[in-house]
Design a protein around this ligand. Structure first.
Ligand code: PGA
Length: 270
């Protein structure tokens, strides 16, 4: 059905995705309370999840509780993990297999977040192997790319994210369900978001990579998110950009009212 809501300029069939990356916050009991309240608050506000998809990415130890709650109460939220192993099983102490995540009904898995690249020395090769592992288990990878402030100064805005995406897709041959998140490292947790125009320019360059590597269909249907200090007061500017299809939200995804307001951007930001 053709939507009559013209509040978003996004032309194609890309449903906006607002994704909350909780990082290492909220234990499984807190997660249950948060998810219940978020679902109620969105339901009370009449949110249409077909218009804007809402996803949460809790810590691993919360996933079983979140799965049980969402399935028992038939909540229209989707969820994913913040990382996975490139391997499926074996002697990998502390690692989590994509197979386990798929068994827990995860839809998505974040791969290559800058915190993992920096704190856990994840290389582009590791990221590429994790993307393949996610797809092997039917999980949609949320591939994170983004430049540091030093990269920005040295190489300009899109060179590093474009190179990272190319490398992350090295093992991907067919059109699968993938999501790309452009997260400038300098904007993460800094309160200093990119401008909508900066985000649009890089997201357009990332879509050109998708076109070149995976073809027109994939480039057209793949959601590209912006992440880095997204709030309810700046989400509208990003969502007006034709190549920005949603947001990966860190800090603000832990504040219930704020996250709900970001998800409901169409109601207040246009
Ligand atoms: P932030 O984090 O929204 O707190 O800047 C974004 C992220 O790291 O995904």
């Amino acid at each position: 059905m053709v939507s009559t809501d013209n509040s978003t300029p996004r032309a194609g069939a890309r449903t906006p995705l607002i994704a909350g990356n909780w990082k290492m916050n909220l234990d499984h009991l807190q997660a249950i309370a948060f998810v219940q309240k978020l679902a109620w608050s969105l339901k009370d506000a009449g949110h249409n999840f077909a218009d804007v998809e809402a996803a949460i990415f809790p810590p691993f130890t919360d996933l079983r509780s979140v799965q049980t709650l969402i399935s028992a109460d038939k909540l229209p939220l989707v969820f994913g993990a913040q990382d996975l192993s490139a391997a499926d099983s074996g002697a990998y102490t502390g690692e989590i297999s994509g197979q386990f995540l798929a068994q827990l009904d995860c839809t998505y898995v974040i791969i290559g977040h800058s915190e993992r690249r920096m704190m856990h020395a994840e290389t582009d090769e590791v990221v590429a192997a994790k993307v393949v592992a996610a797809l092997r288990h039917g999980l949609a990878p949320v591939i994170c790319v983004g430049e540091t402030a030093a990269d920005l100064k040295e190489f300009g805005p899109s060179a590093v994210p474009v190179a990272q995406l190319r490398k992350a897709l090295a093992g991907v041959t067919s059109a699968s369900d993938i999501v790309v998140a452009y997260e400038p490292v300098w904007a993460i947790g800094s309160g200093q978001a990119a401008t909508p125009e900066q985000a649009e320019a890089v997201c357009a360059a990332l879509r050109a990579v998708l076109l070149e590597v995976l073809g027109a269909d994939v480039a057209e249907k793949t959601r590209i998110l912006y992440g880095g200090s997204v709030k309810s007061t700046n989400i509208g500017g990003f969502m007006k950009q034709p190549n920005v299809d949603g947001a990966l939200v860190g800090g603000a995804s832990l504040d219930l009212a704020e996250f709900a307001s970001i998800i409901r951007f169409q109601k207040h930001a246009f």
